[in-house]
Design a binder for this molecule. Structure first.
Ligand SMILES: CC(=O)SCCNC(=O)CCNC(=O)[C@H](O)C(C)(C)COP(=O)(O)OP(=O)(O)OC[C@H]1O[C@@H](n2cnc3c(N)ncnc32)[C@H](O)[C@@H]1OP(=O)(O)O
Ligand SMILES: O=C([O-])CC(=O)C(=O)O
Length: 377
C-alpha cells in the first residue's frame, strides 16, 4: 500500500509528461501548436499538411519543404491490396471506428519499415499513416455501399482528397476550405485520452502501429472523439428546433450528459468551437438548411445558461459535417484522420525521450485474507 495518497480521479490536472508539441490554456481558452495560436493558423490560411509538418518538426516548413512533404503524403495514399481485401471481408454494418482500429493494426504488417524502430523509419511510418487512414475510412464506406474504392489523386490536398475518395468527385471550394480548417482544429490537443493511450503504448517501446491502434480504440468512446457522432444523433432525435429546449431540460433533469458540452481542461469557450460554429452556419446556409445550426444555437444558449457549460470541439463539428452531406458514422473516423497527426507527433516525442509510463493505484481492496482450500469452501 502506498504510504501517502496523491490520487486524482481521472488523473485530473496531473502532469504526466513534458511536451513541446501543444499547449492547452484552459483558463484563457487558447490552443497553441508549437507556439502558434490555432486562430492564427486558421485565419492565416494554413493547410493541414503545413500543420502536420509543424507538429512533427517544431517549425513551419519553407515553401519547398511543404511542397515535398505534401507530395510525400499525397503519393502514399493507396492501401496495400491485402488491407483493401481485408476491408471487403468486414461486416457491412460494422462500426467504422472498429474497422479503422483493426485495419490500422493490419496495415502495420505491410509497412516497408515494419520492424525498423529508428526515428527516421518512424517518421516514414507516420507519413504513411497520415496518408492512408483517410483511405481506410473512405474505402470502407464505399465498400459498405457496394461501390469500388476510388484510386487516390495525388494532385489533391488532404482535405480535397477525403471528399474525392469518398464520393469519386472533387469537393466544392467551401467543402475543401471548411474541411481543411476542421482537420487543423482537430490535429492535436496535448494529453487528451487517446494521445495518452498512444504515449503509454509507445512508452513500453512498442511500435508505431500498436500505439496508433491503442489511440483509435480510445478516441472511439462517447466521452472523447465519439461525442461528435452522438451530438448529431441527439440533434436528429430532437428533429424540431422548437422542441430543443424542452428536450435538453428533460435530459438534464434525468442527469444525462449533453454530448458536445463540457471539457476537462477548458473553463472558457473551446477555441475550436468558435471556428466550427461559424462553419456550421456557413455550411447550413450553403446547403439551404440552417435548422441544425439554429437548433445547436438554442441548445448552446440553454446549456450555458442553466449549467454554465460551453460547447467543445465536437458540438458544432457535428452540424458542420452533416450539412456537408457526410454520413454521421464517419464523424469520429474523420476526427482520427486529423488526430493521427498529433498522435504520431506525440509517439515520436515519446520515443525521443522515453521513460516507461507506469503510475500507481491506491489499493483500497481487502487485506489479510486467509486462503481456504477449495474443498473446505
Ligand atoms: C474531443 C473531446 O474529447 S471533447 C469532450 C467530448 N465529450 C463530450 O462532449 C461528452 C460530454 N461531456 C462530458 O462527459 C464531460 O464534460 C467530459 C467527459 C468532457 C469532461 O469530464 P470531466 O472533466 O470528468 O467532468 P465531469 O464529468 O466530472 O463533470 C463535472 C460536472 O459537470 C457536469 N457535466 C459535465 N459535462 C456535462 C455535460 N456534457 N452535460 C451535462 N453535465 C455535464 C457533470 O455532470 C458534473 O456535474 P456534478 O459535479 O454536478 O456531478
Ligand atoms: O483534450 C481533451 O481532453 C479532449 C479534447 O478536446 C481533444 O482531444 O481534442
Amino acid at each position: 500500500m502506498a504510504a501517502e495518497t496523491t490520487f486524482k480521479a481521472g488523473l485530473e490536472d496531473v502532469i504526466a509528461n513534458t511536451s513541446e508539441i501543444c499547449f492547452v490554456d484552459g483558463k484563457e481558452g487558447r490552443l497553441i501548436y508549437q507556439g502558434y495560436d490555432i486562430h492564427d493558423l486558421v485565419n492565416g490560411g494554413a493547410s493541414f499538411e503545413e500543420v502536420i509538418y509543424l507538429l512533427w518538426h517544431g517549425e513551419l516548413p519553407s515553401k519547398a519543404q511543404l511542397e515535398k512533404f505534401t507530395k510525400e503524403i499525397a503519393t502514399q495514399r493507396a492501401l496495400p491490396k491485402q488491407v483493401l481485401d481485408f476491408l471487403k471481408t468486414v461486416p457491412k454494418d460494422a462500426n467504422a471506428m472498429e474497422v479503422l482500429r483493426t485495419a490500422v493494426s493490419d496495415l502495420g504488417f505491410y509497412d516497408p519499415d515494419n520492424g525498423d524502430e529508428s526515428i527516421e523509419a518512424n517518421v516514414r511510418k507516420a507519413t504513411r499513416l497520415v496518408a492512408q487512414i483517410p483511405t481506410i475510412v473512405t474505402s470502407f464506406e464505399r465498400i459498405r455501399q457496394g461501390l469500388e474504392p476510388v484510386e487516390p489523386d495525388a494532385s489533391l490536398s488532404a482535405a480535397a482528397s477525403f471528399f474525392y475518395q469518398l464520393r469519386g468527385k472533387k469537393p466544392t471550394e467551401f467543402e475543401e476550405r471548411a474541411f481543411n480548417i476542421a482537420l487543423i482544429l482537430h490535429a492535436d490537443h496535448e494529453l487528451n485520452a487517446s494521445t495518452f493511450s498512444a504515449r503509454v503504448t509507445a512508452g513500453t517501446l512498442s511500435d508505431m502501429y500498436s500505439s496508433i491502434t491503442s489511440a483509435i480504440g480510445t478516441l472511439k468512446g462517447p466521452l472523447h472523439g465519439g461525442a461528435n457522432e452522438q451530438v448529431m444523433n441527439m440533434l436528429l432525435e430532437i428533429q424540431d428546433k422548437d422542441k430543443a429546449q424542452t428536450w435538453i431540460k428533460e435530459a438534464l433533469e434525468n442527469k444525462r450528459k449533453i454530448m458536445g458540452f463540457g471539457h476537462r481542461v477548458y473553463r472558457t469557450e473551446d477555441p475550436r468551437a468558435t471556428h466550427l460554429r461559424r462553419l456550421s452556419k456557413e455550411a447550413g446556409e450553403l446547403a439551404g438548411e440552417t435548422k441544425w445550426y439554429e437548433m445547436s444555437q438554442i441548445i448552446e444558449a440553454y446549456v450555458k445558461d442553466t449549467k454554465g457549460l460551453n460547447p467543445n470541439v465536437d458540438f458544432y463539428s457535428a452540424s458542420t459535417y452533416y450539412a456537408m452531406g457526410i454520413p454521421t458514422h464517419l464523424f469520429t473516423p474523420i476526427f482520427a484522420c486529423s488526430r493521427i497527426s498529433g498522435w504520431t507527433a506525440h509517439v515520436l516525442e515519446q520515443y525521443r525521450n522515453n521513460r516507461l509510463i507506469r503510475p500507481r493505484a491506491e489499493y483500497v481492496g481487502k487485506v489479510d485474507q486467509k486462503y481456504v482450500p477449495l474443498n473446505e469452501r
